[in-house]
Design a binder for this molecule. Structure first.
Ligand SMILES: Nc1ncnc2c1ncn2[C@@H]1O[C@H](COP(=O)(O)OP(=O)(O)O)[C@@H](O)[C@H]1O
Ligand SMILES: Cc1cn([C@H]2C[C@H](O)[C@@H](COP(=O)(O)O)O2)c(=O)[nH]c1=O
Ligand SMILES: [Zn+2]
Length: 202
């Protein structure tokens, strides 16, 4: 009866672009259509202190917390879902190859996989797993937040704090979506302040 099988659906883009709400909407539609669906999210994102997937506009769906793709594989071996959703895939621990191989295996077993994840980090560097999954996708949507400086389509999640580690969990206190032009302007201003401080220290 269920016609929709073994598709990879990717929602990517910057923070606040609607990746999570789109994944949630897909999951809700598959549930309405009667598909056996399960959603996962990596444990690293502890923003909401709940296992639910919660979007920035506070829509939520139930999810299971996992550390790596092996956890997902084991869970699915026992529960046989027809549709698997993974939010924040960039935070899934382990080898990229293992993630790709497992997702490919799900697809070959007619399981549909929906993933949401950032395409680039706060410096514009690609998140490898999303980059590697893109060519395999049946449906790939690059979503755009609104640039908070000029209202254009955002390209990057600009980090407002001084933290330099790649992973810093946060929301609008720590990040703002910016278009390329506003981001480059912001970087120039930040660099000018750093240079000025260095001169003062000499
Ligand atoms: N600058 C912005 N541009 C677009 N949406 C924003 C912005 N700031 C806050 N939002 C909110 O974020 C929601 C999208 O949240 P979500 O689906 O969780 O995005 P993502 O998973 O891509 O971070 C929008 O529907 C809107 O309510
Ligand atoms: C850009 C960027 C983001 N993060 C963190 C910040 C948030 O906790 C998530 C992204 O959540 P969203 O659902 O896409 O809004 O990722 C990070 O750790 N490092 C980064 O460079
Ligand atoms: Zn802008």
């Amino acid at each position: 009866m269920h016609q929709y099988k073994g598709k990879l659906i990717i929602h990517t883009g910057s923070m606040f672009s609607g990746k999570t709400s789109s994944l949630e909407k897909d999951v809700k539609r598959f549930n309405i259509a009667g598909y056996k669906t399960v959603a996962f999210k990596p444990t690293v994102d502890t923003r909401f202190k709940s296992s639910d997937i919660i979007s920035h506009d506070e829509m939520s769906i139930e999810a299971i917390l996992v550390e790596n793709i092996e956890n997902i594989k084991i869970y699915c071996e026992n529960s046989n879902p027809e549709v698997i959703a993974i939010d924040e895939i960039q935070f899934l621990e382990g080898e990229i190859k293992d993630i790709i191989d497992t997702i490919t295996e799900f697809l070959s077993r007619d399981i549909t996989v929906i993933v949401a994840g950032l395409d680039v980090d706060f410096e514009g560097k690609p998140f490898e797993i999303v980059k590697e999954l893109m060519p395999i996708a049946d449906y790939l949507t690059k979503h755009h937040a609104v640039c908070v400086k000029c209202g254009s389509d955002a390209w990057i999640s600009h980090r407002k704090t001084k933290d330099k580690e790649r992973v810093v969990i946060g929301a609008s206190r720590e990040y703002e979506p910016l278009c390329r032009s506003c981001y480059l302007k912001e970087k120039k201003e930040e660099d000018a302040i750093i240079n000025k401080n260095q001169v003062t220290l000499l």
